[in-house]
Each structure stands twice: as C-alpha cells, then as structure tokens.
Ligand binder design. Structure first.
Ligand SMILES: [Zn+2]
Ligand SMILES: [Zn+2]
Length: 297
C-alpha cells in the first residue's frame, strides 16, 4: 500500500491511499484541479482518486467535497453530521458512514473511531493487503480506542498541532486559544508525544500532522516527539502544510503481527500527566539539527 500526504494543516488537508490500482482520497481541503496538478508534479500514475472519505465538517477538510462528488462524480463518503455542512445537492455519488462501523471501499477496509473535536470527527484506520495506516488529526484528547486502532499499523499520522507556550503567548484571541487547547480542540505537541510513547511496536513510521503555522514550529514538534520515541527505531517526520510525502508500506510477517500487543491506556495517561508537568517541553531532547530520520537505530 502506498500513502501520500499532499497537504496537512489549517490551510487544507489531503492524503491518498493506493492499493491494487485503487486510490482513496481522505479529506477534500484542496479542489480536484489542485489535486490533479499536485499528483502530476509528484509523477503519480493517476490524477483522480476512485473515492473520497471526508473526516469532518471543517472547511480545511470538507471545503471541496461537493465538487469531488458532483462535478467530478467521485464516490464521496461522509457522516450525517458532515453532510449537514457539505450540503450535497444530490445523493448521487454520496455515501454515508458512521463513526461506529467499519466499511469497505474497493480493496480497502476502513475503521473509523470517534474523537473529541468541536464538530463530530473521526480518526481512520485504512487497511489493505496486510498493510494499515492510521490518520488522527483534529482531536482535543486521545480516546482509549485510538490505541486499539493503531495496533498492527505500520504508519501513524498523528496531530501535533501546537506548542503550549506558543499558543499561550501567540496572536490568537483568548476564546480561540481556549478552543484550540481545550478537550474538543487540537492535540498539543505534548499530547502527541504521550501517544507516540505508547505506540504499538508495529508502527515503523510516525508523521506529525496538522501543525499550526502560528502556534508551532516543525523543529519544536519534532524535538518533543523525538524524545518520546528515543528508545525505539521509529522513523519520525513532520508534515508541513504543502509537503509532498510518500510512504510505501509492506505487509508484516505473520509472527510479527501475532506479537503486536495493545498498549496499556493507564501507561498512556501516566505519561501524558508527566509530560504536562510545568515546563511543558522535553528537557533532554536532541537538538533539532541532530534529528536523524531513523531514531534510536
Ligand atoms: Zn483541520
Ligand atoms: Zn477540525
């Protein structure tokens, strides 16, 4: 399975999942023409996806969903609450899913998991041919179910939206700071690090997603995450707004799959509390310049 991240952040989101010649797009933060030109620029063999899955009804994820469904005629999957925002003119090409039930599109099995945000939102596990990727952005807290979604996945794309100090002293009005940092807002670098610390052994690559351009910097997010992953050989990257990242996932051997275990949610909570202690930033992290992509060997 091949995964491409072509936009991540409040300026628009889209990622693509390819397997068996079938391509799913997750989120429509960029219009179909913009997507086609991006795909040409990275030498992709296609310029339109076979299906679109929209995670939630915020413009950076759903602004162009109607164009994909109605102008481009691409089967588009959304929840009822997202449909109330997207307001498709016709049910043609529009399909519903719920946050509670897995569903299939082509060769892919998709498992959603409800996460807390200020509109109904889901994290998604996208699986095909023995490979799995999880995308979890736009969430204020990490629900225990998200750990289950990550078990056996090779790629974890996790929000690392803001640095607590930058948010506090940054330009946002008070109400927006409360919203972003609240339990229905976005994951901070520290919350992301707590989740990374408890990642299942199957995860080979972690990508920090949906970084705020005002309240975060990639080197700060990477420093915090690198500290959390320092004792394991996980490749770590941060997706900037219009980066073009590609990952080729390979199926894991059977015995590796059998040994993958669920992380302990109590351990995750304890780590989150420890990381949230006063200074807010990891102290013994490597300097940004030392951040090798392959950490800990
Ligand atoms: Zn967003
Ligand atoms: Zn959102």
């Amino acid at each position: 399975m091949r995964v491409r991240i072509l936009a991540s952040g409040s300026g628009g989101n889209l990622s693509l999942y390819e397997s068996d010649g079938f391509v799913i797009l997750v989120d429509a933060g960029v219009d179909p023409g913009g997507l086609a030109s991006r795909l040409r620029s990275v030498g992709a063999e296609y310029t339109r996806p076979d299906a679109l899955v929209v995670t939630h009804g915020h413009a950076d994820h759903c602004a162009h969903a109607r164009e994909y469904a109605e102008s481009a005629g691409i089967p588009t999957y959304m929840t009822d609450s997202t449909a109330k925002v997207v307001k498709p003119n016709s049910a043609r090409h529009v399909f519903r899913y719920t946050a509670r039930e897995p569903f299939a599109i082509g060769p892919f099995e998709i498992r959603p998991c409800a996460v807390a945000h200020d509109v109904p939102q889901v994290a998604l596990r996208i699986e095909s041919d023995g490979c799995a990727a999880v995308i979890a952005t736009d969430l204020g807290e990490v629900p225990p179910e998200l750990h289950g979604l990550l078990v056996g996945a090779q790629l974890a794309m996790i929000e690392s939206n803001h640095d607590l100090h930058m948010l506090e002293v940054g330009p946002y009005p008070r109400f927006l700071k409360r919203r972003v940092g609240g339990p229905r807002g976005h994951l901070s670098n520290i919350q992301c690090a707590a989740l990374l610390r408890a990642l299942p052994a199957s995860v080979e690559t972690a990508v920090l997603m949906h970084l705020s351009e005002k309240n975060n910097r990639p080197e700060i997010a990477l420093e915090c995450a690198a500290e959390a992953l320092s004792d394991r050989p996980t490749t770590l990257l941060a997706a900037k707004q219009y980066d073009k990242l590609v990952f080729d996932l390979k199926p894991r051997a059977r015995d590796e799959v059998a040994s993958a275990s669920e992380p302990d949610p109590a351990k995750v909570d304890a780590i989150a509390r420890a990381l949230a202690a006063p200074s807010g930033r990891a102290k013994s992290a490597p300097l940004p310049g030392q951040l090798a992509l392959k950490l800990g060997g």
